[in-house]
Design a protein around this ligand. Structure first.
Ligand SMILES: Nc1ncnc2c1ncn2[C@@H]1O[C@H](COP(=O)(O)OP(=O)(O)OP(=O)(O)O)[C@@H](O)[C@H]1O
Ligand SMILES: [Mg+2]
Length: 257
């Protein structure tokens, strides 16, 4: 039997404009995020990468004076529609930040945090989910004997993987990562990159990175942004070998940024 790989748009961004007060930070951005793929957003500082990423789970709603027009569809549903339930959305589309931000709680309580919020208190169920999530984030072996220790005692890279485990526990569909390795050393960075490649079997990942080698190593698709515009969005291989825009070529060849 012939096997067919189906490519599916998990998220579709159309004509997205975002204003911080009078300043327009995103200008008519279009992009498609495909399911079970890693999409990287690159571009010089201030071009709007984090702003665009935050639009995908409505994190910008928390910033005063933000105005957004255009469309962001998740599985075909407009996440900016008035009927969208934002807490549920942020569970489906979770975020990992630049600096690991575990809560000042035990390792275990960090992982099950989202379950508690969702009202799940059953010990057996929580234990199972905690173990599965920590395994999924490649952290189980390191922490299984000290789940009652403070998360803040962990080295930074393990804190970052704990934050990933905390997301996995609530079963997200999409994981957004905003420069998740920028606080980490090269070895810890490689580990997160390998983890991302493992996670994409089950999740759709979008990563913002300053590190072009990282984008070319881990991502399937890359968007190059400049001054709020999506200059070019394409297959990662194409972006890094034969981009169609001169601006992209200048950036990836290190002429500026
Ligand atoms: N809360 C805010 N209020 C006003 N302007 C903002 C806010 N956040 C970001 N901006 C502006 O929007 C533009 C895009 O910022 P953003 O943080 O999205 O860029 P970035 O590509 O993630 O940059 P970096 O690589 O430095 O993280 C910048 O000009 C920035 O100054
Ligand atoms: Mg940023």
């Amino acid at each position: 039997m012939e096997s067919k790989i189906t490519v599916r748009n998990k998220i579709e961004v159309s004509n997205l404009d975002l204003y911080y007060g009078k300043f327009q930070a995103l200008i008519s951005v279009n992009m498609s995020i495909q399911q079970n793929m890693i999409t990287a957003l690159i571009g010089p500082s201030g071009c709007g990468k984090s702003t665009l990423l935050r639009c995908l789970n409505r994190m910008n709603d928390l910033i005063h004076g933000v105005k957004i027009t255009g469309e962001v569809l998740l599985d075909g549903t407009d996440i900016y529609h008035s009927t969208m339930e934002v807490t549920g959305l942020r569970t489906r589309v979770g975020m990992v930040f630049q600096r690991p931000n575990p809560f000042p709680l035990t390792i275990y309580d960090n992982v099950v945090y989202g379950l508690r919020v969702a009202g799940i208190r059953n010990k057996k169920e929580s234990d199972e989910i905690a173990e599965k999530s920590l395994k999924g984030a490649w952290l189980w072996d390191q922490v299984k004997d000290k789940l009652d220790h403070s998360a803040l005692e962990l080295p930074l890279d393990q804190q970052q993987r704990l934050c990933i485990a905390r997301l996995l526990a609530v079963k997200p569909e999409v994981i957004l990562m905003d420069e998740p390795c920028s606080a980490l050393d090269p070895i810890a960075t490689m580990k997160i990159e390998e983890l991302m490649l493992d996670l994409k079997k089950d999740y759709t990942i979008t990563i913002v990175t300053h590190n072009m080698q990282q984008a070319s190593r881990v991502s399937d698709y890359t968007g190059y942004m400049l001054l709020g515009e999506m200059i070019e969005f394409s297959d990662t291989k194409i972006i890094f070998t034969r981009p169609s825009k001169k601006l992209t070529e200048d950036y990836i060849s290190g002429k500026y940024g």
